[in-house]
Structure formats: structure tokens, C-alpha cells
Write a protein that binds this ligand. Structure first.
Ligand code: KIV
Length: 268
């Protein structure tokens, strides 16, 4: 049975220090939020992936701040104890002032506990400004979907030495600027391990190998209901589960036991 103590930034630091893996899943509505909390998920990510899996766009770029606030509110109404992290969508944090305004709305109207933003070096001033105002921040490095056109597609990042060094510097910079958590998406497992070991804050991987402090999956990938090709790093937990609650519990158990991701889900 899931604990009903509220999960806070302090809880996440303690889980990392104790070597207990952190289970994160995206959630976009009230019903799944109930099921995810009952399965023992520590962190609910209201991800802008909703632009693709809920709204049917081919990227996250069309998602608006109002869309995110709407879904964050749906999740917040149902949640009782998991930490709620909400994505700031594309071009809603292009300046420090805009980031402060967007994050304030996300917390006040959307009930977010933490905001997530993509980017390293260029985001440090913004992360400092947000955290100085008491707004917890989660960074996102590696494959940053809001920059998909600049990256030239959804591809593994940080493969060569220069890119790996830059990613580690960015991660250290985000922690130094006050970030409370970091998502690493689609990078080599060895690099993700190195970043997780160097940082004090929890590092959550997706397509980044098993040696991160926790894992995140897009809910629809976890249930095998995302249309089209399944990302190689994800796994359909509904295939082995009786029903949706059993599939969600199987994911949480696999993450906590360090069984997910398995070698076949590891990209590089
Ligand atoms: O939007 C999202 O769901 C995300 C995860 C893929 C980490 O950012």
C-alpha cells in the first residue's frame, strides 16, 4: 500500500541519499492520478508530452501555458501525496520575467509544486531567479523535445566527448543555480551514471540507463497505448499485468528494484 505522507523536495533528497529509486510517471488527468498514487508513484509529472499523446500533435511545441494549467489542475484535484512537477511549455520561459510570470501562474492556478524547464547553460539565470522566489525547479537535459527541430529529430544526445562534457557542466550548473531535480532524456547510460553520482539532487532518467536515481515514463508508453512506434527505451507493463492498476504497480516495483530499465531498453 502506498504511503500517504506528502512527497516533498526533502523526501526526494532522502530517497537519493538512502539509495531508494524514485518512481515518476506522467499524469494528465484525475482518474489516472488516483491510480498512479495508489500504485506508489513518488512524483507525478504533468508533462508537455500531453501535446502528443492527448492532443495529437506531432511535437510538444503547440502546447500552451493554459493547456498545462488546465491539466495540472485536473491532476492537483485528485492528488493527495505525490509531488506534482509541471512542464513550462515552449516559449513560456524565454526571458527571466516571462519565466517568473509563467511559473507563478503554474503554482497559483495549476497547483504545481515544482516547474520543469528544458536547457542547461542558457537557463541558469532563470533557474536562479525562480528558486530565489521559492519556486522549485526541475531541469531537463539531453534530448529536449522543445528543441527537436534544432536537434534534427528525436535522437540520442551526449554521445561524443565534447557533448558529454557540456552536459555534465550543464547539470552541475543547474544544481548550483538551485534546481531540485534533473531529468536526463536519451543519453548514454555511462554518462547518466556519472551525472547521477556527481549531483546531490535526484537525477531521473528516461532512455538513460538504470543507474539514475529514478525513472520516468510517459504514461501512455507504459501502458502501450501510444499510437505508432514505441520508443525503444520504454516498456509496455500492461502486457504482463492483469489490468491498469497491476501494470502501474509492476512499473513502480521494477523501478524500485532496479529492474527497469533492463539492458534491452538501454540506448547507448
Ligand atoms: O513531457 C514529458 O512527458 C517529459 C518526459 C518525457 C520526461 O518531459
Amino acid at each position: 500500500m502506498a504511503s500517504s505522507a506528502p512527497v516533498t523536495t526533502q523526501t526526494l533528497l532522502r530517497l537519493k541519499a538512502d539509495g531508494e529509486k524514485i518512481a515518476v510517471v506522467t499524469s494528465y488527468d484525475a482518474s489516472f492520478t488516483h491510480l498512479l498514487e495508489a500504485a506508489g508513484v513518488d512524483v507525478l509529472l504533468v508533462g508537455d508530452s500531453l501535446g502528443m499523446v492527448v492532443q495529437g500533435h506531432d511535437s510538444t511545441l503547440p502546447v500552451t501555458l493554459d493547456d498545462m494549467i488546465y491539466h495540472s489542475t485536473c491532476v492537483a484535484r485528485a492528488a493527495t501525496h505525490a509531488l506534482r512537477v509541471v512542464d513550462l511549455p515552449f516559449m513560456t520561459y524565454a526571458t527571466v520575467t516571462q519565466a517568473l510570470d509563467s511559473a507563478a501562474r503554474m503554482m497559483r492556478e495549476g497547483g504545481a509544486h515544482m516547474v520543469k524547464l528544458e536547457g542547461g547553460d542558457r537557463m541558469l539565470e532563470t533557474v536562479t531567479a525562480l528558486t530565489q522566489q521559492g519556486i522549485p525547479v526541475c531541469g531537463h537535459l539531453g534530448l529536449t523535445p522543445q528543441s527537436v527541430h534544432q536537434l534534427g529529430g528525436y535522437r540520442v544526445q551526449g554521445r561524443d566527448d565534447d557533448a558529454a562534457r557540456q552536459l555534465l557542466d550543464d547539470a552541475l550548473g543547474l544544481e548550483q543555480a538551485g534546481a531540485s531535480m534533473l531529468v536526463l532524456e536519451c543519453i548514454p547510460a555511462a554518462l547518466a551514471k556519472q551525472v547521477s553520482e556527481r549531483l546531490r539532487i535526484p537525477v531521473i532518467g528516461i532512455g538513460a540507463g538504470v543507474d539514475c536515481d529514478g525513472q520516468v515514463l510517459v504514461l501512455y508508453d507504459l501502458l502501450g497505448i501510444t499510437p505508432g512506434k514505441r520508443p525503444r527505451f520504454s516498456h509496455n507493463f500492461l502486457e504482463q499485468g492483469r489490468d491498469i492498476p497491476a501494470a502501474l504497480s509492476a512499473y513502480v516495483e521494477a523501478v524500485k528494484a532496479g529492474h527497469f530499465p533492463a539492458p534491452e531498453h538501454t540506448l547507448a
